[in-house]
Design a protein around this ligand. Sequence first.
Ligand code: F6R
Length: 245
Amino acid sequence: MLKNITLHVVSDYSALSTAAAKLFATYVAANPVGTYGFATGGTPEGMYEELCKMSESGKLDLTKITAFNLDEYVGLAPNDPQSYAYYMENRLFNRTGVPMANRHIPSGIAQCPNTECNKYEELIHKCGGIDLQILGIGTNGHIGFNEPENTFAGQTSHVALAEETINVNARFFDDINDVPRYAISMGMQTIMMAETLLLLASGDSKAKILKEALLGSITPHVPASVLQMHRKLIVIADKAATKYI
Ligand code: F6R
């Protein structure tokens, strides 16, 4: 049984992108000065494209929001095309006019990653927390870069990528050896503090883990399983990703 979870099953990736963008736009219309959390990776690309189109046609105004991203690779500068900062600039922020001063992503090139983590966590708190956080899910159940572990990661931290994550994310790089081994990621506690969570999942490769995350026991070996305890979790997933639910 899906306790407090609102699950929207849509036909395919295109429908997921439209549904997620529409839902996001509803939240922004209700709170144009809100704080919104963003994910990167393949899943939200279509949603961001929809948001850009909505913004370009005057149906969405992101010029007053504050943005916080989930994570960044350690070692990549913001102008590196593989960095998440670069991804966000090009896929959403520049095209929708999110103010420069309101775009927050952990720095991948901070002298001291641990200090950067603490600063990032403090900044989220200073801004009053996140109103709506977008999430994707890794095939190993990670959320952000909170990888399967023996305990749940708390706050924003400097983390090592799991072998599976390195392998899966290699598709975005020329060579698997180019995939960074470390990242700065919001912790599960940071993520759980957001008012509303919007989890997106698409495709067969996510079907098994989505079932474990939403219906399985809550365990740090499937970090996404803790989302079951959130007071407001909305899931938009396509038929392929929900075939075992
Ligand atoms: C990205 C992130 C990751 C991805 C996850 C799924 O900022 O936090 O947790 O959401 O790895 O990635 P895709 O969407 O590429 O399958």
